[in-house]
Design a protein around this ligand. Structure first.
Ligand code: NAP
Length: 359
């Protein structure tokens, strides 16, 4: 999933003031640009603090964009998402009452009165950005826009899960510590590719925190998917292929049950790489399916193996279907700081390879 953080700040780094009314930091030109950015995303997320303070509707305003989405079989508005520990969200908020959108609430508490208008998603532990991203991705979200507030932006940034940060600063607005409310400062890290533009008096910096690797990812993932077809179909396993790519460009391949009836594709590829003397720290593994998170026939799961070997990236096409167990591989890897990328455009072929397991 691609994750964009977007916010508007005063010259001294505040997202809001302490008054009762909603502070507009953006100029009309900048606000128009934010609406255009929304139109390129699938879902929009704000923290419950922002819902309570600003009561935003989080809609797409352009009728053409809404009509285009509807024609493509989507709800006209972006999927709306919020996150709360306390459960203090009210069904009368505009988040719930305005627009035609799917709505998800990630909540640690029970929430009454939202049945039929929103899905409440809870976790067996605390709600982490990795959990949010994984659950949204499972529901088909490919581009998430996080619009604040401060705690929520910080949470995604600190977890290393932001791909792009859009910071719009109004240089004419200063609040000072007495009037200033929520504060969020973002300084582009070294190596980020940033552009600056001026929009109606706002200084807008857009930083690409991770290079776009989609073309190479798809090429390698396609190899992994083809590798999966080499496995003989059996009733108790998925046919999966894996390709490991080392930082020096060397590659190792494997598929389910290639040398042992208990081996998964990732294990087969790792074994070949280790036999060749490779150091897997910092390497990428492309697997046609989400690496497993629990095993009964082997001492460790593929996700544990990937973490133990120090892989930096995991790329896969298809979340593991719930045929055998509820897989938590993607979440587990993301929570450990691994860069996990999913390309569902190749998932159809993975399901085709596994058609023998249908029903
Ligand atoms: N200028 C801008 O671009 C912009 C954009 C958006 C918002 N804002 C401003 O930002 C301010 C709000 O910022 P904020 O930092 O106070 O609030 P926030 O980030 O909007 O929301 C924080 C709340 O989100 C929930 N939350 C955060 N992380 C969570 C986690 N890991 N698990 C479960 N729940 C989690 C908690 O809700 P509970 O308290 O319910 O447990 C927490 O109190 C407002 O003043 C708003 O106007 C400005």
């Amino acid at each position: 999933m691609r994750i964009t953080l977007s916010f508007a700040a005063t010259a001294d780094g505040f997202l809001d003031d302490r008054s009762d009314r909603r502070l507009m930091i953006s100029t009309p030109e900048d606000w128009e640009a934010v609406l255009r950015l929304r139109a390129r995303c699938d879902a929009i997320l704000v923290g419950a603090g922002t819902l309570r303070r600003d009561n935003p509707a989080l809609l797409l305003r352009d009728p053409e964009v809404r009509a285009r989405r509807a024609a493509a079989g989507l709800r006209p508005d972006l999927t709306k998402v919020t996150v709360t520990r306390s459960g203090r969200v009210d069904p009368s908020m505009r988040f719930f009452t305005e627009g035609d959108a799917d709505r998800y609430i990630f909540s640690e508490a029970k929430i009454d009165g939202v049945e039929g208008i929103a899905e409440v998603i809870s976790s067996d532990g605390s709600i982490t950005p990795a959990f949010i991203v994984t659950e949204l991705e499972r529901r088909g979200i490919r581009h998430l826009l996080v619009e604040g507030g401060a705690e929520t932006l910080r949470m995604f940034l600190d977890a290393g899960l932001a791909d792009v940060v859009r910071r719009a600063v109004n240089p004419h607005l200063r609040l000072g510590p007495e009037k200033g409310g929520a504060q969020f400062r973002f300084e582009p890290p070294q190596g980020a590719a940033c552009t600056v533009e001026h929009l109606g008096g706002m200084e807008v910096t857009t930083c690409l925190l991770h290079p776009d690797t989609a073309a190479e990812d798809l090429r390698r993932l396609d190899e992994a998917v083809r590798e999966g077809f080499r496995c003989t179909p059996c009733a108790s396993c998925y046919r999966v292929g894996a390709v490991i790519v080392l930082p020096d460009g060397r590659a190792f391949r494997g598929y389910t049950h290639e040398t042992s009836p208990t081996h998964h594709a990732e294990q087969e590829a790792v074994r070949k790489a280790l036999d060749a003397g490779a150091d897997l720290r910092g390497a990428a593994i492309y697997s046609s399916m989400e690496p497993c998170s629990q095993r009964s026939s082997e001492p460790e799961s593929c996700s544990q193996l990937i973490l133990r070997q120090g892989f930096a990236r995991v790329v896969f096409a298809c979340y593991e279907p719930a045929c055998f167990v509820r897989c938590q591989g993607a979440r587990m890897l993301r929570e450990a700081g691994v860069d996990v990328r999913v390309y569902p455009e190749l998932a159809g072929r993975v399901l085709e390879a596994n058609a023998h397991l249908k029903g």
